[in-house]
Design a protein. Structure first.
Length: 133
């Protein structure tokens, strides 16, 4: 196996009951999916080098991501503990291709821990922890 390709460490899933209502309701599904991904090693969420997402830059998605950051990394004064890459901004709507695209060849040795997040309009929330050996 190519050592530069990340390997799936764990996967978390949750349902967002307030999907598309982030401006009116507190959304917790994505934070639950991320938390489930890192259980029982919850501290690993603070060792991430890169967070990859694919949601659009609309008000609802931005608010949900803000609420998720506040729940997962509440004490962070400097923003996210990792660099964020939004595939939607780079290549447009990716849908189910978000995970395969996130496994692209990482030539940079500093990127070892990667979190891939996905959220759809129907309420499904997912997170996948990838780790480069």
């Amino acid at each position: 196996a190519d050592p530069s390709l990340p390997v799936i460490q764990s996967i978390g899933y949750a349902t967002e009951k307030n999907s598309d209502q982030a401006l009116q309701q507190r959304m917790t599904g994505l934070a639950q999916a991320i938390t489930a991904t890192f259980e029982p090693n919850n501290n690993a969420v603070n060792t991430l080098d890169c967070i990859i997402s694919s949601w659009p830059d609309d008000g609802n998605s931005s608010m949900e991501w803000y609420q998720t950051q506040q729940r997962i990394w509440p004490a962070s004064q400097d923003g996210l503990p990792a660099e964020e890459l939004n595939l939607h901004r780079s290549v447009g709507e990716t849908g189910a291709a978000a995970l395969p695209l996130s496994r692209f060849h990482f030539a940079f040795p500093a990127v070892k821990n990667i979190l891939v997040c996905e959220a759809d309009r129907a309420g499904s929330r997912g997170a996948v922890w990838l780790q480069k050996r």
